[in-house]
Ligand binder design. Structure first.
Ligand SMILES: C[S@@+](CC[C@H](N)C(=O)[O-])C[C@H]1O[C@@H](n2cnc3c(N)ncnc32)[C@H](O)[C@@H]1O
Length: 371
């Protein structure tokens, strides 16, 4: 069965995610702000949940229609083929948000959508009451400029939850954003990657799993795995496929440093949990002493960015230091994400390329030095 699917992602990573989806076999892939839409079957749905590195979740799109009144909202939802995915015992809670629309009260929209879903399913299943004791089928809606989109979430906990980062330090970068930066930095199975501000180790762990072809969701479960509507063998087959794609013979290696010994230990623990510790060497170290051990490599990092004035000045000193130790033209490429507007001036060189990315609500730039 072919379905319409949508994956939300970080603003700025749409093209990276659409590339991932196309390589996976997604059809009719289109990009909108913060999302990628595509078509595929149950196999692709399972593969996308397990294998996409930059998607926040995988949603099935059930309906899209204009609504400026509660009646239009009710009728639009009631016309959606909910019974194709929601069984008579399943739970179907509703959540969502509205922006720049006539229908702006989220709790009201939530209860109208629930009523419409109940009405539709009552007619299909000939029952008058739903106990909702079965697996959760989370209905999710967005209303943007009076256009309602209705989705079913197949992922459950967000896909950035890979299972290896139970603990984190103060300012960890989200796994999905880190994976997007790694894609833009062209990390390959034969690369050497450095992160001199490794924190909880995210860039290095994500780089290693990518280089070795380890699917990010291999060790976790997804909401739709409990659904009766998707045959269990689909998930088993896609797990087997993901295992076959692992390249244990890749030459990849990585090095992580942090001034804080606790961060170094945390990175080690996380890398161990992710099963990639043998590929990464961690050590305590100050950026002033950064010295790559190989001739070629890729440096990827998000250096500290202070919120208070004193911290900002300290961060600025670090950016100057980075400009000194990140020597150009030495076979090393540098990818640095920072929200600091003056980064290039402090670092001392204009980036060869820049890209606007959002780290949550914070507008950042990825500064790329590769010439
Ligand atoms: C924003 S965090 C990096 C987060 C990391 N990317 C992660 O995913 O967890 C910045 C890190 O830089 C480290 N740091 C601060 N000053 C440093 C210095 N002079 N040399 C090396 N590391 C430093 C901090 O201990 C902190 O872990």
């Amino acid at each position: 069965m072919k379905m319409q699917m949508t994956c939300p992602c970080h603003f700025g990573l749409e093209s990276v995610l659409s590339g991932e989806i196309k390589r996976m076999g997604g059809e009719n892939v289109t990009v909108v702000d913060g999302k990628v839409n595509f078509e595929g079957d149950f196999e692709l749905l399972a593969r996308a949940n397990m294998g996409l590195r930059t998607a926040e979740r995988v949603l099935i799109k059930l309906a899209e229609f204009r609504a400026e009144s509660f009646e239009e909202l009710f009728q639009g939802v009631k016309a959606a083929p909910l019974e194709e995915f929601i069984g008579v015992h399943d739970a179907f809670p509703v959540k969502g948000h509205s922006l720049n629309s006539q229908l702006h009260s989220v709790p009201d929209c939530q209860s109208i959508i629930k009523k419409a879903a109940v009405e539709r399913l009552k007619e299909r299943y000939h029952v008058s009451w739903f106990e909702e004791t079965g697996p959760v089928h989370q209905l999710q809606f967005t209303i943007l400029k009076d256009v309602v989109s209705l989705f079913l979430d197949t992922s459950g906990p967000g896909l950035h939850k890979r299972g290896y980062r139970k603990n984190s330090n103060d300012a960890p970068i989200k796994e999905t954003l880190a994976a997007g930066i790694i894609d833009l930095a062209h990390v390959k199975p034969f690369s050497t990657v450095y992160d001199p501000f490794c924190g909880s180790g995210t860039f290095l762990i994500e780089s290693t799993t990518k280089a070795l072809g380890i699917a990010p969701g291999l060790n976790r479960r997804f909401a739709a795995e409990k659904w009766d509507q998707i045959p269990g063998q689909v998930w088993a087959q896609e797990r087997g496929r993901a295992l076959d794609l692992i390249r244990r013979d890749a030459e990849f290696k990585a090095f992580g440093f942090d001034i804080d010994m606790q961060a170094v230990e945390l990175s080690r623990d996380n890398a161990k949990k992710a099963g990639v510790l043998p590929r990464i060497r961690f050590a305590q170290g100050d950026i002033s002493n950064f010295e790559p051990s190989e001739e070629k490599g890729i440096v990827i990092c998000n250096p500290p960015y202070g919120e208070r004035m004193l911290e900002i000045r300290q961060a600025e000193e670090l950016y100057k230091k980075m400009g000194e130790v990140f020597v150009p033209n030495r076979g090393l490429n540098y990818y640095i994400i920072s929200p600091h507007e003056e980064f290039e001036r402090l670092f001392g060189r204009k980036a060869d390329k820049r890209r606007k990315l959002y780290n949550g609500m914070i507008k950042c730039q990825l500064y790329m030095y590769f010439k």
